[in-house]
Design a protein around this ligand. Sequence first.
Ligand SMILES: [Ca+2]
Ligand SMILES: [Ca+2]
Length: 497
Amino acid sequence: MTSRIALTWCLSLVLGTASPLRSAETKKPNVLFIAIDDQNDWIGALGGHPLVKTPNIDRLAARGTVFLNAHCQAPLCNPSRTSLMLSLRPTTTGIYGLAPWFRTLDDWKDRVALPQHFKANGYRTLTVGKIYHGGVGGPKLREKEFDVWGAAGGVGAKPEKKLIPPTPMGDHPLMDWGVFPHRDEDKGDYQVASWAVEQIRSAPKDEPFFLAAGFFLPHVPCYVTQKWFDLYPDDDSILPPVKENDRDDTPRFSWYLHWSLPEPRLKWVRENGQWRNLVRSYLASTSFVDAQVGRLMAALDEAGLAENTIVVLWGDHGWHLGEKQITGKNTLWDRSTRVPLIFAGPGVTPGGRCSRPAELLDIYPTLIDLCGLPKRDDLEGISLLPQLRDPASPRERPAITSHNQGNHGIRSERWRYIRYADGSEELYDLQTDPHEWENIVSKPVGAAIAEEHRRWIPDIDVPPAPQSAQRVLTFDRQRDEAVWEGTKVHRNDAIPE
Ligand SMILES: [Ca+2]
Ligand SMILES: [Ca+2]
């Protein structure tokens, strides 16, 4: 019997009736690539917040494998997304700030990004909402990145003026949150999901798709309607645990990474009665986005594509909501680096929960493996395929996050080690200290652990690329001089509030 099948197979090859090959070709899985902006680990399946409600993402996690120790390569949109889409560390590209767009740099202008590799291998590529940070530069340039473009997404409906009092450090228009009556349909993220649902319904049957959908929330401004807000209690049970004076044992240099920012400090949100409002608005926004993810999953089911579509869901970096005395990103602690990373679909173990360190730049080689595309030898990520097959598969490398040249966080299964550009350090035992409250780097127990982690500091650690701007920090060690966004910071300057 076996030999007869083998003979038929050989004959069909010889006679050119290549239907088995063609049918194998058409079975290439689709990819649904879902990004969530500024989404920290407050997702049910990740256990980052005991009260968060994300039933749809949790169902996706149950269908697939969730990485419980996944971290961004940079705690900021542009560098994190550039790193993910190119599978290159920020320390390799020099893209640390909100500018530049990598295509403007000679070194990276022709670099094959993830969707381009899929296009080159027979995929139709589509995008909607926020995948890259900022505009790609007009229709001619856009079609080089993806074949089909939907709406840009973003905030959508917003109030005529800010809901919260003027915030320090510039009263930035995005620094806003709270209940504001509007229709779900008028939110950018709802429209992003609607467009993606339509593409799933009308997808050509003879061509696999790579569909990228990028949600904006829970990025600020977090405008939510009462029904989403009411998912969360109106009391302090929703606030994250914070330790008073938690920064007493973190180096002064840790402040330089978020020296002066639009995001207010914990002190301000407390004094202005905004802490609970911010936390509730962020949680409500997460639940709203979760519902949009649910619409995409339902569309896949209804179109009969769930069985042959790889779904990958990720957040570009985390967000502090009072922890370490700040709100926002731009730190090397777990709250800023730990992100959702979930794969589901053919080849992925259902119900898998993996505690091995994983990095967002692993997504590119992982999708190549899951879809059987030609491998590339120019990627810095390592495929997660072994962990998608068996979540207990070992993984030698920790997760590494960098924020500007010389500042690195190294996250292994148990520990977090940080070294800043001036040589100052931190070390946390996440097993006994999950909130990273006690810096043990100078304790006797810390020395050997720190040494073990130090060897993972990237060998390549380039200065900021030309035209770098916004959130860019440089440090001249000989002069002991830091420069934040073009302004010198002195050792005795008061920390801005
Ligand atoms: Ca972001
Ligand atoms: Ca502390």
